[in-house]
Design a protein around this ligand. Structure first.
Ligand SMILES: Nc1ncnc2c1ncn2[C@@H]1O[C@H](COP(=O)(O)OP(=O)(O)OP(=O)(O)O)[C@@H](O)[C@H]1O
Length: 256
């Protein structure tokens, strides 16, 4: 089966400093893969080459069999790459429902549908129903008329997830989905991601520092160190890997 994502010999440097050194990776359909490693290992850079925010100097990225190495980020979204950010990107002064209406309409526009004019604009019943469906999917249905800025940090991340889902992703890319969250919000986020991926059949790629989240969510884990892949495997394999223990997990993993 063609992998959802196939990365070959990806190389990126900033000035004289190589940040990704010939990274190879294949991600299977519906897999959840976490990219971990010490600070500065290149996780965010790798993530951004996949979303299209950073262009590699060498190597190739294929998605669903198509070469997307130089494809702009917006077109990747239209190809099925959804994403969330370390700091949730939402529309703070708009209601939750209003946020979702914008996302649903963006998807329709991507699909070539014509929407109403700028003046006298009113979302269609279909758009509203869709928007409500996504809010409900992340557990925010009851607060549809609240302005987004009043949500807690954890709920802003839920809203952002609904925005990403409303664009119809096949791959959901999450940059530190639990950054800055309380332990209870983290547990809820893990449960939500599991529920979403099983219900909608999405492939999930994430970077994350919290090892409970990483081991709790992932089918496979990739470990980067100084821009090189030092290990890739299941949670058990990664826990048992001496090189990974030496550079990253240390004694922490013995308690995980
Ligand atoms: N735009 C840039 N210009 C110059 N150097 C950069 C740039 N972005 C990242 N770097 C450098 O590239 C290296 C890898 O950074 P990257 O952010 O990808 O690491 P990371 O593994 O995500 O780290 P962290 O866990 O701290 O987020 C670091 O040494 C960083 O300082």
């Amino acid at each position: 089966m063609t992998p959802v994502l196939n990365v070959e010999n990806l190389y990126k440097s900033y000035g004289a400093i190589p940040v990704l050194k010939d990274v190879n990776l294949a991600v299977a359909d519906r897999e959840t893969l976490a990219i971990i490693g010490p600070n500065g290992a290149g996780k965010t850079t790798l993530f951004r080459t996949l979303t299209g925010e950073v262009l590699p100097e060498k190597g190739r990225i294929e998605a669903f069999g198509e070469d997307i190495t130089r494809m702009p980020a917006a077109r990747r979204v239209a190809r099925g790459f959804g994403r969330t950010f370390q700091v949730a990107r939402i529309f703070p002064d708009t209601t939750l429902l209003g946020n979702l209406v914008l996302a649903v309409e963006a998807r329709k526009r991507n699909a070539g549908e014509r929407l109403g004019g700028l003046f006298h604009y009113k979302p269609s019943a279909d758009t509203l129903a869709n928007a409500e469906q996504w809010l409900a999917a992340v557990g925010l249905g009851a607060r549809r008329d609240m302005e987004a800025r009043f949500l807690s940090h954890g709920d802003k991340k839920r809203l952002e997830m609904a925005l990403a889902l409303a664009l119809g992703p096949k791959v959901l890319m999450m940059d530190e989905p639990t950054a800055g969250m309380s332990p209870s919000d983290r547990v809820e986020m893990v449960a939500l991601v599991k529920q979403i991926r099983d219900r909608f059949g999405v492939t999930v790629l994430l970077t994350e520092h919290d090892m409970d989240v990483v081991f709790g969510l992932s089918n496979r884990i990739m470990v980067l160190n100084y821009g090189q892949v030092i290990a890739i495997g299941t949670g058990e394999e990664i826990r048992a890997n001496q090189a990974v223990r030496d550079v990253y997990l240390g004694h922490e993993v013995q308690h995980a």
